[in-house]
Ligand binder design. Structure first.
Ligand code: NCD
Ligand code: ZN
Length: 346
């Protein structure tokens, strides 16, 4: 039996770090395991300019605990709006620290009110991104209230993504946190310029987890968990060795009171044990030998960044995930709080 694995240090290609005290609370969890992370820009107010992204980056670096300084690099993103000027894309590219522009359809998820109301309004900006080789990162769900919540990803592919790719064949796109067999199939078959991130929670859980013995707010995220057949398709994609699929936790912390609420926030916090969760999922699929490429190679290659040279080791050892973490005077309930996990970062 395998008792430990050592892999090239991984990167997290989709992460919510928040800001201020909350940033300080969650950042060490990520920085202890990942070398780099793509930092989502959905702050309040959103990170819409290069200047704001540079300031946010400085706050992240300043929030790193001393022991982790120089060991973690935040890869910044801009938040696309209806009015992002092309000149901002050029500034972003020239900054050399902004690695993507995030499309949130307005109203699709947490802090997306300033998002895009009509993709056609962004065509000039998208053309500038295509010219400047700056990837578009998409939250791939339509927001139309007449579309079933469980179908919003599939409908996004048909209504938004396919026309977008036709219009901008040179634009590199990351279809973030794919959750359906439809998305997996689409990404697999479409051009080399399109890749996808997959979260640990979508590999480990299907939608039953939201309703297990009662409503489970800590299993609520967007895109919402899907049927078992979709989880199986995600597992297959993640463990296939196909370089279009790579790790992106979408770890999205919310205070306990915002989750356990009559209108609870979407987002699952997984940063406390992210790589261990992926290891558990890959092990279940009998594919631990595919973890390194998924976690440490494919994303770097897609983003045209060097692969990391340091490594991490995971031990086969049962440990209990803490019930809660401090979150700026509030509590943060992590995924699988209080339950055992079989892999442990050394
Ligand atoms: C994210 C958040 O809380 O910022 N929530 C989530 O459920 N994933 C936003 C997002 O990525 O959709
Ligand atoms: Zn996210």
């Amino acid at each position: 039996m395998l008792t430990s694995i050592t892999i090239t240090r991984p990167d997290d290609w989709h992460l919510h770090l928040r800001d201020g005290e909350q940033l300080r609370a969650v950042l060490p969890h990520t920085a202890k395991q990942f070398a780099r992370a793509i930092i989502m820009p959905n702050l309040k107010p959103p990170v819409v300019t290069t200047e704001m992204a540079l300031a946010y980056r400085a706050r992240i670096l300043a929030a790193l605990p001393v022991a982790l300084q120089d060991h973690f690099e935040p890869l910044m993103t801009l938040y696309l709006t209806d009015n992002t000027p092309s000149s901002e894309i050029i500034r972003a590219k020239e900054s050399a620290v902004i690695h993507g522009v995030k499309l949130y359809p307005a109203g699709a998820t947490t802090n997306s009110d300033a998002g895009v109301t009509d993709i056609a309004k962004c065509y000039n900006t998208l053309a500038a991104m295509e010219r400047n080789n700056l990837p578009l990162l998409v939250h791939g769900e339509v927001t139309d209230t007449d579309v079933d919540v469980f179908d919003r990803e599939k409908v996004f592919i048909d209504r938004i993504l396919i026309p977008l790719i036709r219009h901008f064949p040179g634009l590199r796109i990351v279809f973030e946190h794919v959750t359906t067999r439809d998305a997996v199939q689409f990404v697999t078959e479409v051009s080399e310029r399109i890749a996808a991130t997959i979260t640990a929670h979508h590999l480990l859980l299907n939608r039953n987890a939201i309703f297990q013995g009662g409503i489970r707010p800590h299993h609520y995220c967007l895109p919402v968990l899907k049927r078992e057949m979709h989880r199986q398709a995600l597992l297959e994609a993640a463990t296939s060795g196909n370089s279009k699929f790579f790790l992106g936790t979408d770890s999205a912390p919310h205070a306990q009171m915002s989750k356990e609420n009559a209108c609870g926030c979407a987002g699952i916090f997984t940063a406390h044990a992210a790589i261990e969760f992926y290891a558990a999922a890959f092990e279940q699929a009998g594919a631990l030998n595919k973890l390194e490429a998924f976690a440490s190679f494919h994303g770097a290659d897609f983003y045209q960044l060097p692969r990391n040279t340091s490594s991490i080791t995971l031990k086969k050892e049962s440990w209990i995930i803490p019930e809660r973490f401090d979150y700026s005077g509030e509590q943060l309930i992590p995924l699988y709080a209080g339950t055992p996990l079989n892999w442990k970062l050394v």
